[in-house]
Design a protein around this ligand. Structure first.
Ligand code: SF4
Length: 286
């Protein structure tokens, strides 16, 4: 996961330009500017879903598992790591807001166990040399500060860096493969800015299917990411100044928590600020 932020907040338009944005939020803007406004500008909250909580919990379990030294990363260690992650999450709104029944909680936990078990069939954790887990990196590129959290940065035997990103959703079709790599290319750009060199490989590990998609970043791909990120950021700034965050309908609308306030579905976007926190059981960020 990664992000970008402006040097100085601006308050010259309808909305204050945020001082920081994660790249997933930048992607969110490209998917639907109005949904982006609700979650990232008005900060009405991002209600947890089974999918997002399962993903972050499994990431946490793998992080805990990798805290064991090489040679000691057995399946039992990862099982214990998952138990610890579950114990942490049972206290968090990301979990409690899902309102699971006992049966649903059991199914959810079993799905998390399956993902961790499948991960252990994809690579040998004892052979991995991590030099950063959930590693926060930031770098100045042009007039933007780029920020990101890399799931796992590792050092290969030949001294090269490798970025690995865990995915708990389905692997993309071939057509969408390149797009799914945009986040990890962003991490490659961060590595270049922070460590002075690109990683030799960036990898997406799809834990639901056991597939691994790998790419080799290049100076060209890093430049493309920097240019695209700057362009998206300009569009965010423009929308904040004009107040125009257009709805963009897609298959994602069926999962959108703000659909009832979306003009594309007959709603009034202005009412979301007042109604959404109570309706969705969320607190508005200060
Ligand atoms: S319902 Fe669809 S178009 Fe409307 S805000 Fe949500 S994602 Fe955007």
């Amino acid at each position: 996961m990664a992000g970008m932020e402006n040097d100085q907040p601006e308050v010259t338009g309808v909305y204050e330009v945020p001082t920081s944005l994660s790249p997933s939020r930048v992607e969110a803007f490209t998917k639907c500017p109005l949904a982006f406004r609700f979650t990232s500008i008005e900060r009405l909250g991002d209600p947890p879903t089974v999918h997002t909580t399962r993903g972050s919990l499994v990431h946490r379990a793998l992080q805990l598992g990798y805290e064991a030294p090489a040679g000691g990363r057995s399946p039992a260690v990862f099982e214990d790591a998952l138990d610890r992650a579950l114990a942490e999450y049972r206290e968090l709104p990301d979990y409690t807001l899902l309102g699971f029944t006992d049966d649903q909680a059991e199914r959810f936990e079993s799905e998390c166990r399956d993902l961790v078990s499948r991960y252990l069939t994809m690579e040998d954790p004892d052979a991995v040399r991590p030099i950063g887990l959930e590693l926060m990196l930031s770098a100045q590129v042009g007039n933007l500060t780029l920020r990101g959290i890399i799931d796992r940065l590792e050092l290969r035997d030949d001294g090269e860096l490798v970025v690995s990103d865990y995915k708990t959703g389905r692997a993309p079709s071939t057509n969408w493969e390149q797009r799914s790599m945009s986040g990890v290319h962003f991490y490659a750009l961060l590595c270049q800015e922070v460590f002075g060199r690109l990683p030799a490989a960036i990898r997406l590990l799809y834990l639901s299917s056991g597939e691994i998609i790998e790419a080799t970043p290049s100076a060209q791909s890093a430049k493309f990411v920097a240019t695209r990120t700057a362009a998206v950021w300009k569009a965010v700034e423009r929308a904040c100044v004009t107040g125009e965050f257009q709805p963009r309908q897609s298959s994602l609308c069926s999962l959108c928590a703000f659909q009832r306030w979306c003009p594309s579905f007959g709603g009034d976007a202005a009412l979301a600020r007042v109604e959404a926190p109570a309706a969705l059981g969320l607190a508005v960020a200060a």
